[in-house]
Design a protein around this ligand. Sequence first.
Ligand SMILES: *Cc1c(COP(=O)(O)O)cnc(C)c1O
Length: 398
Amino acid sequence: MSLPDITDEELRAVSDVLRSGQLSIGPQIEAFEHEFANALGAPYACAVSSGTSALHLAVIAAIDGGPRRVRSLPVILTSPFSFVASANVALYENAVPVFVDIDAATFNIDPDIAVNAIRDLKDGGAACERWLPRSIRGDVQLSAVMPVHAFGQPCDMDPIVAAAAAAGVPVIEDACEAIGATYKGQLAGTIGDAGVFAFYPNKQMTTGEGGVVVTRRSDWASLFRSLRNQGRDVFDSWLNHSRLGYNYRLDEMSASLGRVQLRRLDTLLANRERVATWYTSHLSSHELLRLQVISPRTTRMSWFVYVVRLDAQVDRDHVMALLSRQGIPTRPYFSPIHMQRFYRERFDYRRGDFPVTEDAGSRCLALPFSGLMTESQVTYVSDALVSAVESATTRRSA
Ligand SMILES: *Cc1c(COP(=O)(O)O)cnc(C)c1O
């Protein structure tokens, strides 16, 4: 489905670290954080062991740093059309992820719905109830809004940020799929109070496993550094711990790999954009395929995956089986979070709760995608897709 783009430069950087003998808490992570913050124009960057741990730290900062009414349940407003980690981090803190449906064209949360939900959840009381999962009743408190920039396209941030500011709650951007993307010229991840990036090998840049949380809040930055390092504060000695923390450190090999990938990021993104453009030119005029709509507010797309939405008459499983026979892997992407078994059981979600998300979840298909694909590979996949879609269609009789 994807392939990391690793050159001799990355190999050299990682073996230099291995030869140095300093494999954790060393100069590489500091340099990586410094370079990452500079590249994004963010005041602080904290590198951690994964995108998920970065999201977790941001959620801890929002919940513990916010005002807290007694006996009220913290909630995080987010998208059900995402990777499961973006909602799981709320559960780690015994908070409730509250979903709002997405916009059918961009796959990002619908800003009008999000604005209404933020206002109602802030007011508390009866107005909240229609946004909460069936199994949750009682006093809740909005702790953060977490828009997810799905597939590398930024959410419509202005109305979301304004509503969050009016409600006095922080915005955490899940920018794990959107490094380098811009919204009205602003880099994804630098618009809210914190922005989270992930470097798993299928992402635009990789550290193997790894992630970064950027923030413009110095109090959050110090908290992140302490939490990732077993709750030590900078002035604590090795076996002194100021708070409950985690081992979310990024090792030196990963940080050195990340430094090289970051230097090459513009090339990595340009290569992916070239591949996406090939796909688009092959697939855009087909009546049974819908491509992702790029909003005019998206001043730069950061291509993470290439997803097509199949027409309702097309049998997706059949398409996948036909492609698989020709050696072409594909994935349904995303699988809506509220339909995952443990979410359904815990929150009593039912089919129909988020119809736009469910429709996207049942018809979207991610194609093989990386910056290393050649034009002939893209042509091969596109041709195979078009014929698979045509033979997997139950045409309504006229
Ligand atoms: C990849 C991803 C994550 C999690 O990143 P990991 O590094 O795999 O923990 C979170 N949210 C979204 C939207 C992602 O795509």
